[in-house]
Each structure stands twice: as C-alpha cells, then as structure tokens.
Write a protein that binds this ligand. Sequence first.
Ligand code: PLP
Length: 482
Amino acid sequence: MIDENGVPAERVLDEIRQLRVGDRPVHGGRLFAYVYDPGVAGLDALGAAAHAESAHVNGLDPTAFPSLLAMENWLVGAAGGLLGGGPGSTAPDVVGSVTSGGTESLILAVKAARDARPELTAPRIVVPASGHAAFAKAAHLLRVTLDTVPVDPVTLRPSVADMAAAIGPQTVLVACSAPSYAHGVVDPVAGIAQVAAAAGVRCHVDACFGGWTLPYLRRLGVPVPPFDFTVDGVTSISVDLHKYAYAPKGVSVLLHRDATLRSPQYFAYADWPGYTMINPVLASTRSGGPIAAAYATLRHLGDDGYLRLAATTRDAVGCLAAAVRDVDGLRLMAEPEATVVCFTSTDPALDLFVLVDELTARGWHTQPQLRYADLPASVHLTVTASVAPRVAEFGPDLAAAVAAARRAGPVELPADLVALAGSLSPEALTPELIGGLAAGLGLGAGPPDRMAVVNTLLDAAPAALRERLLVEFVGLLQRPTW
Ligand SMILES: Cc1ncc(COP(=O)(O)O)c(C=O)c1O
C-alpha cells in the first residue's frame, strides 16, 4: 500500500537495489537471454542520463516535442542506412518508425499489410514455423490467420517452395527471419521475397534479433546472405535497438521501403471532441526516455564500436560452439551463423532440462526450448560481447554440469502426471487442478530454483495445454502485495 508520508529517495532506491538482488545478473557475461550487454564501461550511465533528459517528453505529438522527432528520425536513418536503404542505395525512399520493441514492430508490420488490403475479408500471413511467436500474437490481436510453414529439421529453415505454396489469394504478408531467434539461422530471404513479390504480396524480414549484427559480421568476412533492402521484394524490416544495438530496453525500428507502404500502419482519429489523435505506433503517450537513451547509445558507440563488438561476439560464439562440440552427448542444432549457439542432447541419459539447472547452479543462465514438431528440445544461448572475457570458463563448467546431469539422471515425472499432460484438454483445467499442480511443482511461493520438473511437464504437454498452464502459473505469481 502507498505510504502515508512518502519514503525518502535514498531509502526507495535501496529498496529497489534489494529487490534486484534476486534478479539474474544483467552484466558479467553469464546470462544468455533477455539481456544484451556489450560490456562497455560507462554505457549504462550514458543511457540512464539520456533517458532522464527525455523521460517526461511525450511522443504523442511530434510537433510539441521536436527533440523527440529529431532523435527518432536519426535512429530510423541509422537503421535504414545499415540495412540497405537511404541515399544512393536501391531503396532511397526508406522510412520507418521507432516502436517499443520487436513485438510491437511485428504487430505493426502485420497491421500495415492487413490495412493495405481492406478488400480482403479473411486476411492471412505466411510465417515459417521458426518465426518469432510475436507473429502469432499479431495474428491473434489483428484477427489475421497465421499460415505456418514447417522448417527442415536439419537446416532449420523453410523451403522457398513451401513458402510459395502457402501464399493464397487472402495472403497480405509473407515473413521470414534474419536470423531466427530459436536457432540463429538466416532464412532464404531472397527466394522468399521473390515469391512474395511475384504474388503481389508484401514481404517482412524480421531482423529484430540480428539486424544490427549481420551487416557487421559480413564486414568481418562472415558469409551473410542478402537479407535487407538490397533484396528486391523486401518491403519492410524490423530491427531492435534494445538487442544488438545495445540500447536500454524499449526501442525497435520498423522500416518500410517507402512511405506508401508505411501509411496503413498509422492510426488517426479526429471524430471525437478531444485532441486529434495520430499514432504511428501502438502506444499513444510514450516516453521519450528509451528513444533518447538509444540515440545516445548509437551515437556513442559509432560504426567502429559496433564493428569491434561484432568481432568480439563472433569470437565468443566460436569458443562456446567449440565447447559444445567437445561434449559427448551434445549436438549443435545448427552451425552458428550469427550470434546464437543452440544445442540439443543426443543421449537419453543426458536430460537437457537438468543440464540447464546444473549450468544455472554454476552461474550460467541459459534458455531451455521445448520440443516442437519434429525438433527436439534444445538449449539456447544468445551471445553478446560481454561473454568474451568469461568464455574460457564455460567449457570446464559445461563439462562439469554435463557430468552432474548424467549423475542425476533424467527427470522422471509420475506416470499419472505424464498421462495427464498428454491427455488433458486446456478447458478441463480447473483452478483446483492448477493449484494442486503448481504446489506439486514447487511453484507456490515464486519460481523454484530448479526448473527441470516444470520444463519436463511442459515438454510432455501439447502446445495448447502448455499455453494454458503457463498463463495460469504466471497468473499465480502476479498477485498484488497489500
Ligand atoms: C527475431 C525476433 N523477433 C521478434 C522478437 C520480439 O522482440 P521483443 O521481445 O523486443 O518484443 C524477438 C525477441 O527476442 C526476436 O528475437
């Protein structure tokens, strides 16, 4: 409850610091998801100072706050220039918007595509199965049907032919990833853009994750296939600045090849008694803080800085992948092409979810991925530049964690629970059943230290049941404190 007389500033800050003790470490190169850390001294302070300068500025009206408009236009120019657009390029008319994150950028790409075709009564989008879940969210929110194209279990990419075959008369958008989040592989963008263009359909490249690193990796000699506006038929690209541009959270850029393509992304409303509303993005009031922080970060690191960070990251990826290759019973899901290392277990006695817990116990925070269609469960590592100084410690710790996971053996769920997970329909989940399950899994007072049992249960369940369980479990955590 709110304090009657307020709390002194220093005490409140102390409280926050105390709360933060339980968080995963955002610095130190041992967290392989959620956080993108370049390990550059002073960058946090710069971002925080820039954020503070503009925190109360409102992006609702660019004419009232031209500072924000100037910074947004600069960010869009920087992203567009990096991704094959701008003066002198084959895409000189690229425009864009700054959004709050990758999910918002993808929702808006789908909205723009849908609203550009108002004559279609049942719009659809074609997305590889490896496409980010935010496409499914966009489809759900915008009432657009999601046509998922399977990926090859070896290359982890969709085939161009399958993508082409999925395009129909109601398709408003074809999407692909550069690279995919789960496995870090770049889809065949040129082929997909070509079949989309041939069908007269927009093509969005989701470069939210890797759009800021791929151009630098290419400059360093890594073979990166064409994926940006240099590819004919690519109509829009998303790139998150709060990922590999290393800006504080809350900033992504959605680019369109020209202003006509962008126009249906906007929402304008003048038919009410209040101010006329014109929103390029989902939010109406939005803080200038993240935009200013991103502006400061990009200006400070500069082209050279990003090239150096990409080289450091590439070397760290190589070392981590080598450490995985050295372990009997682990297999890389794909040879790393960008900044993801993803591996699976080839040994039934080596349970990946137990391994993830063992790595956590040794201070390495990796991300488990559940099995999907004919793809096995896997462990995902998003690698950032800050990992480089610690990378030599990973191999020995991985070997020790693997040995411990083998000693512990695979998680064995009670047979009746496995049967339940396989057969229960999401609708049959009662609050009592959820409560009992959560208590049995140790989720009562917050997330447990060891997640292997929870992950094993989710892994055994079909997607619809996983979704329902996750909603209910997280709902249990999100309760007010009084
Ligand atoms: C390829 C890709 N697209 C979209 C997103 C969604 O981004 P956000 O979490 O910023 O909404 C992510 C996030 O990891 C991503 O990797």
